[in-house]
Write a protein that binds this ligand. Structure first.
Ligand code: PEP
Length: 234
């Protein structure tokens, strides 16, 4: 079984030199059953031919008059086969909603690229968490092939805060996500990742204790030594 470690650099680093140095350090990480996918900002995506590339976002059309947008087909032509969709920062800062996210997933499926779909409740106090996560998944995946889908469970309160979700709660959410996916398509079994303040101390809890198929790492993926430790701990 493959374990995924996805590095989401977000809007970092600010120079090409720093990006090259980070990419160089990440080139040797990962093995056949341990897939390390690096998602740098768009301008840095062509700086290494020796990493598995992912993107942090894409548009929902192949090409055309969409100033400032990036098409999945452009990414594919760079050798990128994974795209993060529905990250909470995009939902929050760019008002991305289910209908937009669904369009992105559909075009990614058409392009035979893998979507890494982020879902998760905003706060620990969400009393409707089952409903929240179920709706986030069903609204964008109902009737859509799950063949090229990876889910990242990312509770918003844990993203970039150091306040990671306990392995017990994360496990419950993973089970819920599995059930919702099973209702959509019984024949596919998409990988489910955990994301939210993952570091080298807590990563094995999510894999070994909570049963996730991997992790999505934000902040800690910008620190070469820490990221290597995370990969080595999986
Ligand atoms: C993320 O950006 O998806 C993320 C999980 O960030 P962090 O690891 O910094 O919480």
């Amino acid at each position: 079984m493959t374990t995924f470690i996805v590095a989401n650099w977000k809007m970092n680093p600010s120079t090409k030199e720093e990006a090259v140095s980070l990419l160089l350090a990440m080139e040797k990480l990962g093995k056949e059953n341990k897939k390390v996918i690096i998602c740098p900002p768009f301008p840095f995506m062509s700086l290494s031919k020796n990493v598995i590339l992912g993107a942090q976002n894409c548009f929902f059309e192949k090409e055309g008059p969409f100033t400032g947008e990036v098409s999945p087909y452009m990414l594919k032509s760079l050798g990128c086969n994974y795209v993060i969709v529905g990250h909470s920062e995009r939902r929050n800062f760019f008002q991305e909603d289910s209908s937009l996210i669904r369009k992105k997933i559909e075009v990614l499926n058409d392009a035979k690229m893998t979507t890494i779909l982020c879902v998760g409740e905003k706060s620990r106090e969400d009393s409707d968490v089952v409903e929240t996560i179920t709706r986030q998944i069903e609204s964008v995946l109902d009737g859509v092939s799950l063949q090229n889908i990876i889910i990242a469970y990312e509770p918003v309160f844990a993203i970039g805060t150091g306040d990671s979700c306990s392995a017990e709660i994360a496990k419950e959410r993973r089970e819920l996500i599995k059930e919702v996916l099973f209702e959509i398509d019984k024949n596919e079994n998409p990988a489910i990742l955990y994301g939210g303040s993952v570091d080298s101390n807590n990563v094995s809890e999510y894999i070994d204790k909570a049963g996730f198929d991997g992790v999505l790492v934000g902040g800690a993926s910008l620190n070469k030594d820490e990221f290597k430790k995370i990969v080595d701990s999986v």
